[in-house]
Design a protein. Structure first.
Length: 191
């Protein structure tokens, strides 16, 4: 069997989810233009969920697609992280309207971004295990749950759950704010 190109192996799966995110973002951000209140709410809610899903669980789609297309581990990871990375960069650029570039880059360390990336790590670990398990069931001599995949699954899930359950993320945000004040307090007029 001929090896597929990088575009087929990794770029196409990543592009599908990234383009879904961009389309959902455009529709969601313009839903206010719909004058019919019920239709406006329906469109906004549906596309908010599509946007959330593409960012939050897109790795569950991209990783196995890239795996099945013969992408290397590095290509699978890069493809699965493409959408969260694009979203984070968009958010960093968005906050430059109010904050300096260094403050905006610090924004990329906020708890929500950390949860997105640690959740993606957990999803990739789970997908690696499931993809290997499927190959093992077909008779291949392969370890179904390699240590790095188990570590990614457990570590990513643990960090995401700790942040999320620690006061529904509020306390983690307080830590983020304290870091901001320590680094940029002089810019905000703090003493």
């Amino acid at each position: 069997m001929e090896k597929r190109s990088f575009t087929q192996r990794a770029l196409a799966p990543a592009g599908m989810v990234a383009l879904t995110m961009v389309a959902a973002l455009v529709v969601y951000n313009n839903a206010w233009r719909i004058e019919h209140r019920v239709l406006h709410q329906l469109v906004a809610n549906v596309f908010a969920w599509v946007l959330f899903s593409s960012i939050g669980i897109g790795a569950c789609l991209v990783y196995p697609m890239a795996y099945a297309r013969g992408a290397s581990l590095g290509e699978r990871v890069a493809a699965a992280l493409a959408t969260p990375l694009i979203w984070t960069l968009k958010e960093v650029v968005r906050v430059t309207a109010t904050f300096t570039w260094t403050e905006a880059l610090y924004f990329a360390l906020n708890p929500l971004v950390i949860v997105v990336f640690t959740s993606a790590a957990a999803e990739m670990g789970l997908c690696e295990i499931l993809c290997r398990w499927a190959r093992k069931r077909k008779g291949e001599a392969i370890k179904a749950a390699p240590y790095p995949a188990v570590l990614a699954l457990c570590g990513g899930l643990t960090i995401a759950l700790v942040i999320f359950t620690w006061g529904f993320g509020v306390h983690a945000f307080y830590v983020f704010q304290e870091g901001y004040k320590a680094l940029f307090g002089h810019l905000a007029g703090a003493s």
